[in-house]
Design a protein. Structure first.
Length: 95
């Protein structure tokens, strides 16, 4: 069988900035008391995330630290939203 899915939701910081601006321009009645969560249904494995973080750390001159400190968390179960659960799509709120 296949290994269990160990993944993280990811978001581009530019999308977060855009959502922040858009949320601030919506009528107060639309956003009052609401949380707007920006993420993607696309998930990446903890191994792939760790590899990318190591690559970026090495580009920044942290070769030794990257190898010693950046490790995948293969025991992660998704936290508050368990892996496999469906997140709510809020894209429509930002239009």
């Amino acid at each position: 069988g296949e290994a269990p899915v160990q993944s993280r939701l990811c978001v581009d910081i530019r999308d977060v900035a855009r959502a922040h601006v858009l949320a601030g321009t919506l009528p107060t009645a639309t956003t009052a008391g609401q949380r707007i969560i920006v993420s993607s249904e696309a998930r990446i494995s903890s191994e792939a995330a760790a590899e990318e973080f190591r690559r970026i750390a090495k580009e920044c001159g942290f070769d030794k630290e990257a190898e010693e400190l950046i490790r995948p968390d293969t025991d992660f179960d998704g936290g508050a939203i368990k892996i496999g659960d469906k997140e709510v799509d809020a894209e429509g709120r930002l239009k």
